[in-house]
Design a protein. Structure first.
Length: 228
């Protein structure tokens, strides 16, 4: 997927992009060609959104997700608002969550004092759902989740309290629901939000789940997440 974006800054393998601000000076840019990329709303518009029928057609494949173990397909660190860094490996920590992520710096509406909610420390989405709504892997990261795992995340399969071992780390599924919001609409379309927030979508946790880190450790893409 290539689009005309203005490159503002290049630091190593990280590229900052924004909407075109000047006439001319545009370049052809492929976000998937970089290990880490700061994304902007311009990238959101590069792919069309799926219809309700197209989303429903992908439901059976999602239902067939592995129940006991699944591959970690993508790890994403959120360094700032609208900034995503795709990682080959990451550290999980009971205090910091995914080390370097903004979770522990974000104010939460779900706590009395606005402090980060420990039960929303990590977000996990089924990689099959991300693949369906995003259409191209370079756009998966726009979902805003940290871990993209090929696994059945339904409430029946992974009720709150279930522990998952990933590499040398262990996370525990928590109760707060993870639902689609206006950002999800902007990136994947209104029908996608209706799809994940429907009664069946909530039952299957199509938008994903929240978890907290129980045991510190290192995780890598390509490794398995297993019920502990």
């Amino acid at each position: 997927m290539a689009g005309n974006l203005e490159v503002e800054q290049v630091v190593g393998d990280r590229v900052q992009v924004s909407e075109l601000k000047k006439a001319g000076g545009s370049v052809s840019f492929d976000p998937g060609a970089f290990t880490s990329c700061i994304v902007s709303p311009m990238i959101n518009a590069l792919a069309s959104h799926l219809t309700a029928e197209e989303l429903q057609s992908g439901l059976e494949h999602i239902r067939l997700s592995p129940k006991h173990e699944g591959v970690v397909d993508l790890i994403v660190r959120r360094q700032a608002v609208n900034e995503r860094e795709v990682l080959e490996q990451a550290e999980l920590d009971p205090v910091e969550g995914l080390v370097g992520d903004t979770w522990n710096r974000r104010r939460s509406k779900s706590t009395p004092d606005g402090s980060p909610n420990i039960e929303m420390q990590i977000t996990v989405i089924n990689a099959r759902v991300a693949a369906l709504v995003a259409r191209e892997k370079s756009r998966w990261q726009l979902a805003g989740d940290q871990l993209y795992v090929d696994m059945d995340l339904s409430a029946e399969n992974l009720p709150p309290g279930t522990r998952l071992a990933l590499g040398s780390a262990v996370i525990e599924v928590t109760a707060p629901p993870h639902l689609g919001c206006q950002k999800f609409v902007a990136r994947f379309g209104l029908e996608a939000m209706k799809f994940v927030n429907s009664p069946l979508g909530k039952e299957l946790r199509l938008r994903g789940l929240h978890a907290r880190v129980i045991q510190a450790g290192r995780i890598r893409t390509g490794e398995l997440a297993r019920k502990a």
